[in-house]
Design a protein around this ligand. Structure first.
Ligand code: ZN
Length: 345
């Protein structure tokens, strides 16, 4: 049985052997994991044993932000070869479902997703996964960067759902990894500037190291005042809500220009009141994002071209044997930490 980082129940992690029950199918590849990122959702399962309707009822291997190296190919795999370095899309849909057939495979109700109960994740030295969901990494993209493709994909999905035009000014609320990666995606999509708001000054400092990102600090008065000042009173073309905090929805109409867009990326923990009339009076369109579909190639291309540099966002890397320490560090939520990664080598 392979060794893995197992969440036994809330607040109880163990590095132990576990039977994953994975077998190599004809369209699968066996992959040696090289780097896995610790995601906010991994931490949420660790703290609470659940996310919304998904409850950890049996021991579950954590991790879904992975990059590795192909060790073995199933009989029908032709697109990948042994030795290929890949990043791995953790959601496995039924590609024949109605959702998949209209391009929304992320919404397929039968989709399984690494480290979402009851499915195991990838914090184990070897995984088996459909080859069609593995993406070759160019030589100039490291495994550590490859493990950042998953969270970057969320930011890029937001651009697929939002009509961003060259020269737009955007606002991102929440400067965690998803917020910063969404801001970088908005810049890559053509935004001239992206205002990033977060109550934590240390997070803003990290975001502000990127050209084009304008930090908006909480102590500078109201967010609406700061946005008005930065946009000549007009408002932003696009707002990307990445915090999931209910308060973020309370003044959308004061932040977004007439005819602009609000894209919801962060997931509130419950229903959030939102003043629809205030949006109607400005014809503000609302888009929503759940994970991603068909954007991994784009994420890899943006990293390979140098247009998006995720390297400054990796705050610390722990060896696999110290996975529990990595989770304790991520759980401590230091304001100057963005992404904690675990490396197998
Ligand atoms: Zn993630």
């Amino acid at each position: 049985m392979p060794l893995a980082l197992v969440l036994e129940r809330a607040r109880e992690l163990r590095l132990r052997d576990i039977d994953l029950g994975w077998t190599l199918g004809p369209r699968d590849v066996r992959i040696r994991m090289d780097v896995v990122g610790v995601c906010g959702s991994d931490i949420h399962y660790y703290r609470y044993g659940r996310i919304g309707p998904f409850v950890v009822e049996n021991p579950m291997v954590l991790g879904h932000e992975g990059a590795g190296t192909v060790l073995e190919c199933g009989a029908e795999v032709s697109r990948l070869a042994v030795g290929d370095r890949v990043c791995i899309e953790p959601g496995v849909p039924d590609f024949a479902s109605r959702e998949s057939r209209i391009g929304l495979y992320n919404l397929d109700p039968s989709l399984t997703f690494w480290a979402t109960p009851p499915d195991h994740g990838c914090l184990t030295p070897e995984v088996i996964h459909p080859a069609d969901l593995c993406y070759r990494l160019p030589e100039n993209v490291s495994h550590a960067e490859g493990a950042m493709v998953e969270p970057l994909a969320v930011g890029l999905q937001a651009m697929m759902k939002t009509p961003v035009k060259a020269g737009d000014v955007a606002l991102v609320t929440g400067a965690g990894p998803i917020g910063i990666l969404t801001a970088l995606s908005a810049l890559a999509a053509g935004c001239a500037r992206v205002l990033v708001y977060d109550p934590a000054a240390a997070k803003l400092e990290i975001a502000a190291r990127y050209d084009g990102i304008v930090p908006v600090a909480a102590h500078e008065g109201t967010l609406a005042g700061a946005v008005r000042a930065a946009t000549g009173g007009w408002g932003v073309d696009a707002m990307f809500e990445c915090s999931g905090a209910a308060a973020a929805f309370s003044e959308v109409a004061a932040l977004v220009r007439p005819g602009g867009t609000l894209t919801c990326i962060g997931m509130p923990t419950g229903p959030v009141p939102i003043d629809i009339v205030s949006l109607q009076l400005r014809e503000i369109a609302v888009a929503t994002v759940f994970r991603y579909a068909n954007v991994y190639d784009r994420a890899v291309a943006l990293m390979a071209s140098g247009r998006i540099d995720v390297k400054p966002l990796v705050s610390a890397t722990y060896p696999f044997g110290d996975s529990i320490a990595a989770f304790e560090r991520a759980d401590a939520a230091r304001p100057d930490d963005v992404k904690i990664q675990i490396a197998f080598a």
